[in-house]
Design a protein around this ligand. Sequence first.
Ligand SMILES: [Zn+2]
Length: 330
Amino acid sequence: MTDLTLYDPFEKMQFTDKHCFLCGASITPEQRAPVFADWLQQRYSLQQKELLLLDKSVTTFGELTIPCCDHCHTHYLLPLETEIESAAAQGIEGLRALDQQRLFQWIGKMYYGTLVTELIKEMNPLMLPQYAVSEDPRMLGRFGSFFQVLQSLRVPMMFSDFLPCSLFLLDVHPLEDELPFEYQDELTTMAFSIKLGSVVIVCSLLDNGIIQQAMGKLYRLTQGQQLHPIQVAEFKARVFYAAYIFNVVPEYFIRPPKPDDDHLVLDTLIDDIRNEIFNPWDMTAYAHMLEEMLKPWGIREQEIMATPQQPLSFLTTEAQGFRPIVQFRK
Ligand SMILES: [Zn+2]
């Protein structure tokens, strides 16, 4: 019989190096798993590459590990990594063909890995973080909901008619591309992006696909196109900004399993009656986000907002059609 019991580390705030992050089993300090899998570190030479954590401390991709029991490591993490590695080897087509739930779990594991690292640090009584995510009840509620669906990694789970996240896959033009790997995540808004060779995956982790719906038209424009990195940066700015103004926390409900069930079924609800789904779009705040993403090109806010109602875009024309790449060639 399959064990369908879920683990809830948020109930007792059980974030220590002595419990497996995924199932809660007691473990020794040596039992850890890399947040960024070995294959990823090898392929993109990440071991020594620096990574900035939320508390502004610096670690490396190689050093970032989370407490994980041998069973979860061998049975759940490694098979997932093998699957993603072989899909990624086939480029964007391989990743597109992948079960979206697997991609969600993979991204979710990296996101949650950085989050758990932060939470374990905050549990240390000698640490006084400036901003403690563990002291924000709304954030904790969100992380708890997220962990519920992330456990589909361990406990067989079917989402009734939704995917917990929005996923976007973008193809970068090889002639313009100089960066083999890039990684960005925003702990509080749960926006995430990772670049694997010529493919950029952008994700908003806990919106039940609402941002994907809202950005459907723009996303369709990018499909079948090889984008200039500046276009990818703009696309990321739009997703990250949408995640920033996203205002609701999806709730998940487990259907009571019958004794011989081999998986859980989850339903979801978004309370859009008491809350607006999005806070109002603020053009200046969006321009800040875009300026941040466009840093490598040194494009400043004044230029972005030259026509305030129509901020600078490298993706769309004034008529909202696709703006071809050729215009940006140096
Ligand atoms: Zn475990």
